[in-house]
Design a protein around this ligand. Structure first.
Ligand code: BGC
Ligand code: NOJ
Length: 808
């Protein structure tokens, strides 16, 4: 069952009923100011940091779900309604929400009045624009009252939700004409404030929540809206809000537009006040002037659309499969850019007050957006590498505002260092910017201990070799990619973290997955050494990788698939010998991606075992059989009920590793089958089962052991976006940048018989037409009319367009 449809030409998803199975959200903003917005106008906004600079309040995990947003109430002769359906929930005559790239348009109508709400954050601007268009579609003149509503958060979202004894006394506002200024704590150490403005004279306003709503009412029945008369309240303490009241008379067929601005301003400390106690407002006034007319909103929307047209033009496909096209051309890269900005901070599942940026998360996010925003990728790499320790290990997370490693979590996740090599290699392949390797980057942000980035990569590589266990496999530390496989932690008390507790200093627990990573990512390190003229190091690296491959086949092979790990006691994890958890997805994907056992047949057997034991109609589960009881020596993985999260959920993030692995074995049917199972556009028809947005990936879909298999959770902020983009664009469609040219190596089944790809890379445009037999053989290339051997199209001149004909 669907709740809407894709409109590809507008690059929008159109939701046609407010009753989606979960709030379906979008993101506004692309630089410093961001908003989350649901199809009902719910959500909140913040400046840079969802925890420390939150402008509006949102109550997570509330009843009803949407407790916070930018709402518009329409009052007419004692009746009132909201065009977003919630919070009033009066039945509408029509409803439509269009989520586009960086903007959302919600239109609701009732009894001949149509209200269209356009929400966006203009490029380079620190405010949300809410444009309200009211249309009288009836035959009689109508007189309405329009009430706006936002509730201010007192900046620090964590403190705001917990420190009530203070916060209920600190709230302050100023009201001047049609602008409401929120200035809580401005009197002391803050020099920032928020404002909520409308470009028309108001009939009144409210800034005190209890007065507006009524203490025992809820957002769906605000007292002021019920009566249709504003109270002109000025908040002192309690809960400051911003609400304007506008009187509107519309002749039949007439329409009126109002532009609301919800903005953020920082004043230099010396210019805080215009007179004692009164905030200096010049910067706000200047912003207001920029958006005082609907034409200015229209032009900002066009600029935003143009920005996305440019970005998305860097990789696009035309194929007979419209679902493939819309994911590759629109939604998958869009989600990659959102994950770049948000990391794992703010979604409807991440509260914005928890985790910072993950070391491994951010390195992998980079794989999905590096072709779109290479300059930002460069900066991100430097920031991440600056949190590495001199021994090559790394802080598992760092804070975006301070860019400092997070001490609460610390280090010891032994996969982390290798992801840095992968991120840097992807950046260099995309840009050719080898100079980044010479950038001087501190260790642990210590200015007195710096080294060129290349040295950081060496420390990453060596960190694996310096931490080898009894079988010659890499030690796992606190966990590897699977944060929930905690083989050294032994957590027995509820109020502690699985990842950081105990950490018995065992040097026995080993990870076959990290071994696979070492063999997959290590060659990138060797290639970079070679390109910098360090042949000895490159050779040594390759020797170590070859050695590791042998060790994996000797000690990391379980007979039909790759083992997952050895635990603290040296027992096997992910083996036939285990009671539960006999086979894991991660090592099958990563070892085969590395080519381990490709010639000997191990790789094919491992992937066949995945098909047989882990595949389901909704995707590939992480482990099978699911753990049925808590096993302290394995940690958090066995804490989840069977079928959820790491305990045999379909962790979408590592499904693409299996897709890529299938292309390594040149098995296009299976690779594409796995792709279609988890890719949102293909499962739009079962939205009632899947529940999450049909235009973005979720982190997890409940697995076959769950009570509701196929039900997804944790949409938006997941590396699933980046890895699926890599899988589909670089391995299925098969176009990927390499150090000296663009690889063209498609591996898709015959159901996509021909397609063409336009790829912009290093200033050159490549137009690649593919005739696909679906047999998975080696491609034959003709470049600008000349046949070339192999699958590499050498990089052309910037500005040129190169034609590639490929048959495969
Ligand atoms: C989740 C993991 C996550 C970890 C660290 C666990 O509860 O299941 O997916 O990586 O927490 O935040
Ligand atoms: C989510 C975390 O952000 C990520 O770092 C981890 O790899 C996965 N969960 C799997 O545990």
């Amino acid at each position: 069952m669907r709740f809407g449809h894709f409109d590809d030409s507008a690059r929008e998803y159109v939701i046609t009923t407010p009753r989606t199975p979960y709030p379906w959200i979008n993101y506004l903003g692309s630089e410093s100011f961001f908003g989350l917005i649901s199809h009902m106008g719910g959500g909140y906004c913040f400046y840079r940091d969802a925890r420390l600079r939150r402008l509006t309040r949102y109550r997570y995990n509330s009843v009803p779900n949407e407790q916070g947003g930018r709402f518009f109430y329409i009052h007419e002769n004692g009746e009132y309604w909201t065009p977003t359906f919630a919070p009033v929930k009066t039945e509408l005559d029509s409803f439509e929400c269009r989520h586009g790239l960086g903007y959302t348009r919600i239109t609701g109508s009732r009894k001949g009045i149509e209200a269209e709400l356009l929400y966006l954050v203009p490029r380079g601007f620190n405010a949300e624009v809410h444009q309200v268009t009211l249309r009288n579609k009836s035959n009689t003149p109508r007189t309405l009252k329009l009430f706006s509503f936002v509730e201010f958060c007192l900046w620090n979202a964590h403190d705001d939700a917990t420190n009530l004894q203070r916060n209920l006394s600190t709230g302050e506002v100023e009201v001047v004409g049609s602008t409401i200024y929120h200035k809580t704590e401005y009197r002391e150490r803050r020099n920032h404030f928020a404002f909520y403005h409308v470009n028309a004279p108001v009939a009144g306003f409210d800034t005190d929540r209890e007065s507006f709503i009524g203490l025992y009412n809820h957002l769906g029945e605000p007292e002021v809206v019920q009566r249709g008369v504003p109270k002109n309240t000025v908040a002192h303490g309690w809960a400051p809000i911003g609400s304007h009241c506008l009187e509107v008379t519309l002749a039949p067929g007439a329409e009126r537009k109002f532009v609301f601005l919800l903005g953020y301003v920082e004043n230099p400390p010396a210019e805080k006040w215009s007179k004692p106690g009164v905030i200096e407002k010049r910067r706000a006034t200047a912003m207001i002037e920029q958006f005082s007319k609907p034409e200015q909103v229209e032009s900002a929307l066009q600029t935003l659309r143009q920005h996305w047209t440019e970005l998305l033009g860097r990789y696009s496909v035309k194929s007979p499969d419209e679902k493939l096209n819309r994911m590759v051309n629109i939604w998958n890269p869009y989600q990659c850019v959102v994950t770049f900005h948000m990391s794992r901070s703010a979604s409807y599942f991440e509260t914005g007050i928890g985790r910072g940026m993950g070391f491994r998360d951010s390195n992998q996010d980079l794989l999905g957006f590096v072709h779109l925003l290479p300059e930002l990728a460069r900066q991100r790499i430097i920031d991440i590498a600056s949190t590495q320790f001199p021994d090559g290990s790394a802080y598992h997370q760092y804070q975006p505002l301070t860019k400092r490693g997070n001490n609460d979590i610390g280090s010891g996740f032994n996969d982390d260092p290798l992801w840095l090599i992968l991120g840097v290699a992807a950046y260099i392949k995309e840009t050719g910017d080898y100079a980044i390797l010479d950038e001087s980057v501190p260790f642990d942000n210590d200015e007195n201990n710096r080294a060129p980035l290349m040295e950081h990569l060496t420390r990453s590589f060596e960190h694996v070799l310096n931490n080898i266990g009894p079988h010659g496999l890499p030690l796992i530390g606190r966990a590897d990619w699977n944060d929930c496989l905690n083989l050294n932690c032994f957590s027995e008390t509820p109020d502690e973290s699985y990842q950081t507790t105990g950490n018995r200093v065992g040097r026995t627990a080993e990870s076959v997955f990290i071994a696979g990573m070492f063999c997959h990512i290590g060659p990138e390190y060797a290639a970079l050494c070679e390109r910098r003229g360090d042949a000895d190091r490159a050779q040594r690296a390759r020797r170590e990788i070859a050695k590791m491959e042998k060790i994996v086949l000797e000690h990391g092979w379980d007979g039909d698939w790759f083992l997952r790990a050895y635990d603290f006691f040296g027992n096997k994890v992910g083996s036939k010998e285990c009671e539960d958890g006999k086979i894991f997805i991660e090592p099958q994907g990563y070892c085969v991606m590395a080519g381990i056992g490709k010639e000997s047949g191990h790789a094919a057997r491992a992937l066949d075992a995945v098909k047989e034991r882990l595949d389901t109609p909704y995707g590939i589960v992480l482990v099978n059989p699911a753990y049925t009881r808590y096993q302290v020596e394995l940690g958090e993985i066995s804490s989840y009920p069977p079928g959820y999260k790491e305990n045999a959920g379909i962790f979408c993030h590592n499904n693409p590793w299996i897709m890529i692995a299938e292309t390594v074995l040149r098995r296009p049917e299976r690779a594409f089958e796995y792709y279609k199972k988890i890719t949102p556009a293909y499962i739009e028809d079962i939205s009632e089962v899947h529940k999450m947005e049909p235009y973005v990936y979720s982190q997890m879909i409940a697995g076959k052991d769950a009570v509701k298999p196929g039900e997804a959770k944790n949409s938006w902020l997941t590396r699933t976006a980046a890895w699926n983009f890599v899988a589909v664009s670089q391995h299925l469609l098969g176009v990927r940048p390499h150090y000296d040219g663009l690889v063209v190596d498609p591996c898709l089944p015959a159901e996509v018989p021909q397609f063409s790809i336009t790829r912009w890379c290093r200033g050159t445009t490549y137009v690649i037409n593919v005739k696909n037999s679906g047999k998975g053989g080696a491609p034959k290339l003709v470049v600008d009319g000349k046949p070339v051997a192999g699958n590499l199209v050498p990089y052309g001149k910037p500005g040129a367009t190169i034609q590639v004909e490929c048959s495969v």
